[in-house]
Ligand binder design. Structure first.
Ligand code: OAD
Length: 232
């Protein structure tokens, strides 16, 4: 049985790749087809809201009908069966962790299946396309409805809760992320700083691979279940 008492798991797009969702920085990934500054910043939304909403409408559609994979399921099992605490922090905006059964979950970059009113901040579950004509149910204004996702230049969600968990963990596991986007890319340093064991599980060495005490490389659906089995 695992000797670890408090585990923090950080996940990225590589975890959902085998469910059929594109990653960002792999060959042919999302950022090879779109410029971040055109579709994923508050300035882009102010300049050309239709373009930004269309980008996320397409991503919402591609997430429809997608199923969690063996790696998401193994992480849900870790949360359920591990005798200590497990917090999963995901950079992914898809709903696959919760579909697999993970309950203690932070979507630090938001959720594609929610909308957020830029005028009043109201949030609501939303599975359809967004458009500039849409009126907010709360403040009744049009033109402000956006996906509830964190854009470049915005603060990721629940950072205080994440910092608390990182400051108390004894195992930090980073899965399927290139380690290029901060603050998430810096979590390994926070965990190391308090003496936690750090492990990277990724298809290939990430940008920050040398920062981890242990690394296992391979497909998430193979290496994550095997790692969880070993932990439990
Ligand atoms: P990236 O696309 O940057 O990195 C995905 C990582 O997953 C790469 O290191 C791949 O090698 C790895 N990978 C690919 N397929 C895999 C598989 N089957 N099994 C295991 N690993 C695999 O995605 P993220 O690191 O999640 O933010 O990107 C971080 C953030 O950048 C995203 O949340 C998004 C993006 O811009 C915002 O939009 C704010």
């Amino acid at each position: 049985m695992s000797a670890y008492k408090r585990i923090v798991v950080l996940t990225g797009a590589g975890l959902s790749a085998e469910s059929g969702l594109s990653t960002f920085r792999d060959k042919g990934g999302i950022w090879a087809k779109h410029r971040i500054e055109d579709v994923a910043t508050p300035e882009a939304f102010a300049r050309d809201p239709d373009k930004v909403l269309e980008f996320y409408n397409t991503r919402r559609k591609s997430a429809a009908g997608v199923k969690s994979n063996a790696a998401h399921e193994a992480l849900a099992r870790l949360e359920k069966e591990h005798p200590g605490e497990v917090l999963t922090v995901t950079q992914n905006i898809d709903p696959l962790h919760e579909m697999a059964g993970t309950r203690r979950l932070i979507h630090m970059h938001g959720e594609i299946l929610k909308k957020l009113c830029a005028h009043c901040g109201a949030k609501e579950a939303w599975e359809n396309d967004l458009s500039t004509e849409l009126v907010c149910h709360s403040c009744k204004k049009a033109g402000g409805m956006r996906p509830d996702v964190v854009w470049f230049g915005e603060m990721p969600y629940q950072m205080e809760e994440i910092a608390r968990a990182l400051g108390a963990c004894d195992l930090f596991i980073s899965i399927g992320t290139s380690g290029t986007v901060y603050p998430a890319a810096g979590f390994v340093m926070d965990a190391r700083g308090i003496g936690a064991h750090t492990v990277e599980l990724n298809l290939e060495p990430s940008e920050g691979a040398t920062l981890f005490a242990q690394a296992i490389h391979g497909k998430a659906t193979e290496i994550v279940p095997a790692f969880v089995d070993e932990l439990l």
